[in-house]
Ligand binder design. Sequence first.
Ligand code: FAD
Length: 317
Amino acid sequence: MSDVLTVAEHRQGELRPVSHELVTAGRELADASGGDLHVAVISGDVDAYAEAVNRAGVDAIHTVDHGEEFNHDVYSQAVEQLYAELDPQYLVMPHTVNGLDYAPAVATSLDLPLATDVIDFSHNGSLSVTRETYGGKVEADIEIEGDNAAVTLRPTEWEQATEAGDAAVEAFDAAIDEDAVGSTVTGFEEVAGGDVDISEADFIVSIGRGIEEEENLDMVWDLADALGATLASSRPIVDNGWLPQNRQVGQSGKVVTPDVYIAIGISGAVQHLAGMSGADTIVAINEDPDAPIFDVADYGIVGDLFEVVPELTELFE
Ligand SMILES: Cc1cc2nc3c(=O)[nH]c(=O)nc-3n(C[C@H](O)[C@H](O)[C@H](O)COP(=O)(O)OP(=O)(O)OC[C@H]3O[C@@H](n4cnc5c(N)ncnc54)[C@H](O)[C@@H]3O)c2cc1C
């Protein structure tokens, strides 16, 4: 009854990092509520995904071998049936495009309260979750009424579980009602201008309004090339049409988790931080020593980017 059920996510044959973050968060919640952690793996190469998500802290993995890619109706039915079978206290799903596709349907069907885009939680007999409001300017703690709840967790807010585990893997024979499968996945397409997926990049050089003019971008491309890094940006650069939308980092852009993130001429507004504060090492270059980006930076260079960037490029070339 006090168990936790999390749902793993995969895309195009790859288990997504959020699945390992859900293991960390799910374990935390299961410890606090005094239960076991179950993980559901649905569709695709379930055995390979089950092996990948078999990390320390997981008590049991349930595979539903049905279909190749994500399908709303298959996920909804499979999660509902697993929930009915396992009777966990909490259902934890990723706050992703896929997670948001089925989480509300499942919560409605199971009559569970649903808290979305959760960035933190505490459990003292009952569950309290933290969400951002007013465009990330305010954090609100919300007490969940009742014993059971469904939540979706924002990616990159929890560490990925990395240690190997030895949970039992069991095939779950979900009775998928094919007549109720009304949607079909016909293909996968990145959003417009999808020349690169910055959310997969290990090394990012990111540019902000400090660059002033579009033609000055060449200088930053040179640095990114010298470092073998991917170029990304804050929103004004995209709003100006200087880089495509898929390169925007932040609340209304992409969430990135590189090993290194170099923020150049970026002030560090909350909406930008929402997309990059999960980077392992943050380097900021800004002429304003009081810029908020320095509050999250591991290393900072206070200086004029038009001097610092060419020097760095020369150094790395
Ligand atoms: C609903 C909503 C969603 C949003 N989503 C996003 C989002 O997804 N991503 C995002 O980035 N923003 C987003 N924003 C916008 C956000 O609030 C900020 O306006 C934006 O992040 C600012 O971008 P910036 O840091 O590049 O520019 P600025 O805030 O103008 O900062 C420019 C920085 O460059 C520095 N600088 C200037 N010249 C130089 C120089 N020569 N050398 C060194 N430093 C220099 C300045 O000191 C300053 O700190 C959103 C806003 C809203 C309301």
